[in-house]
Ligand binder design. Structure first.
Ligand code: DGL
Length: 262
């Protein structure tokens, strides 16, 4: 496939979290055609093995390629950590992964203490550890695996979100970080609630904007642009009614989704 002539953008995540990346990409590229897939039949990815994640991710890419996507955004930190290299070996289209914003965090921190909130799987990944070594070796970095938080965002279970955020942000405060990196794409939807708990002086970074810029760079010619506004197709491997309901709340407009068999 000649991706130069085909700039439809595919994105995927284990669930609704990847929508936080989609929002940023769409802000920068409002006139493109988007295909977003939430693999809710297999959420959370944090409990899968690397082999399972590679297999699921490859099946998703094959599915999205049927819609002629010319560029793929892996809108999931966990899938990026465990499957990005594999996907790049197998598929020839440009693939952008979500990397936790440790590099900018290392530049911004004043007290040299950075907390990375992510799924437990991302927290213990070699990928993230190498990233910390590469970009923040002279900093103290706390890799905080926030078990259950992405599940709670999946269902917008407010009570559980509150309980878990109280617990995890206490860890961040006790550690004394002045910079917090959101290393799971579900968490930007909780940014305000995290900010309230860690305090307004703490900087909170996510990767959405950087992913959007990278996507935009790769689509310089923008051949796939639509006449005016974005065309969006949402798929879930889970329940489309449930996905549409939660996605509509997160995106603040009515979302319709379709079932996808990957
Ligand atoms: N949004 C995914 C991430 O960025 C969550 C992964 C999961 O389902 O565990 O890591």
């Amino acid at each position: 496939m000649n991706f130069q002539k085909n700039n439809k953008i595919g994105l995927f995540d284990s669930g609704v979290g990847g929508l936080s990346v989609f929002v940023e990409v769409k802000k920068l590229l409002p006139d493109m055609e988007y295909f977003f897939l939430a693999d809710q039949a297999h959420v959370p990815y944090g409990r899968k093995t690397q082999k399972e994640l590679q297999d699921l991710s490859a099946r998703i890419v094959k599915f999205l390629l049927k819609s002629d996507i010319g560029i793929l955004v892996v809108a999931c930190n966990t899938a990026t950590c465990y499957a990005l290299d594999y996907l790049r070996q197998v598929f020839k289209i440009p693939i952008i992964g979500v990397v936790p914003a440790l590099k900018p965090a290392a530049k911004l921190t004043k007290n040299n203490k950075i907390a990375v909130m992510s799924t437990p799987a991302t927290a213990k990944s070699t990928y993230l550890k190498n990233l910390a070594k590469k970009f923040a070796k002279d900093k103290e970095v706390m890799l905080l695996g926030c078990k259950g938080l992405e599940d709670a965002v999946e269902t917008l279970d407010r009570k559980t979100i509150k309980t878990l955020l109280d617990e995890y942000t206490k860890d961040v405060r006790d550690f004394g970080a002045d910079t917090v990196v959101l290393g799971c794409t579900h968490y930007p939807f909780l940014k305000t609630e995290i900010k309230i708990r860690v305090g307004s002086g703490i900087q909170i970074l996510d990767s959405g904007r950087a992913i959007a810029k990278r996507t935009s760079q790769l689509l310089k010619d923008r051949e796939g642009r639509t006449k005016s506004k974005a065309i969006e197709t949402f798929y879930t491997t889970g329940n489309p009614q449930k996905f549409s309901q939660i996605a509509s709340q997160l995106l603040k407009y009515k979302v319709n989704s379709q079932f996808a068999r990957i």
